[in-house]
Design a protein around this ligand. Sequence first.
Ligand SMILES: NC(=O)c1ccc[n+]([C@@H]2O[C@H](COP(=O)([O-])OP(=O)(O)OC[C@H]3O[C@@H](n4cnc5c(N)ncnc54)[C@H](O)[C@@H]3O)[C@@H](O)[C@H]2O)c1
Length: 248
Amino acid sequence: MGRLDGKIAIITGAASGIGLATVRRFVAEGARVVAVDLPTSDIDEELGAQDAVHIIKIDVTTPEAPETIVQAAVERFRGIDILFNNAGAAPTAPLEDTDVELLRRIMALNVEAILRLTQRAVPEMRKRGGGRIINTGSITSFYAVPDCAAYAISKHAVASLTKSMCIEYGADNITANYICPGAIVTGMTREVVEENTEFRDFWARKSVFGRWGEPDDIAGPVVFLASDDARFVTGHGLVIDGGATQNL
Ligand SMILES: NC(=O)c1ccc[n+]([C@@H]2O[C@H](COP(=O)([O-])OP(=O)(O)OC[C@H]3O[C@@H](n4cnc5c(N)ncnc54)[C@H](O)[C@@H]3O)[C@@H](O)[C@H]2O)c1
């Protein structure tokens, strides 16, 4: 018995890193998954042809994305139980160079796309008697990190947005939680991890385990939040950082 047997999930940012690891874990746990990533991504090569996976190549910030993604889930798998809003990007810039254009671009992806896809997915969850929403925040959902002002603003907003989802969708038997990964080796960070040893060592030392996290360190906790075991967990920000934020 898988922990997600019979469940239907949408996972965005599914071609790489945390999203890709989570698609694989969800399928192993018995879920069927609509896996979403950019048209330019190599999501087909990463996931291959599988009965349990339906790939959609679309930019989640486009106006047509919510309808396209939800329609595909309904037509291919007959509904939606779990929505993992995970696609995101992390531009780095000092606060002084953070102009409105940068802020708008990152808010469109890290926040607005989550809001719009969730609004379109929730009616389908209601038809199935409930659901699970999991949004990807960050430890910057509650801390500042140098040169990450726009990113941290967006991730603080993910926390706030999730809390609103928690109180407004609870009556529909829908839980809403956000995960707060620490430093994880993914497509977003791989280059800087390889090239900037000071940065790499700083975050490795911060974790009480002396290492960066791997995408699979995040996928397991996401399975828990998506499972029946998490039915009374909602409005929660789950920190998954190897103890880094406890380690002053
Ligand atoms: N890696 C870390 O250390 C870390 C820490 C905290 C939070 N996060 C968050 O985790 C999430 C996943 O990132 P990751 O670290 O796995 O990075 P990643 O770059 O490996 O994966 C992100 C995926 O999102 C996709 N994506 C980006 N913009 C998109 C768009 N407009 N439409 C559709 N897909 C899009 C990318 O193509 C990519 O496949 C992000 O929200 C990120 O902010 C990452």
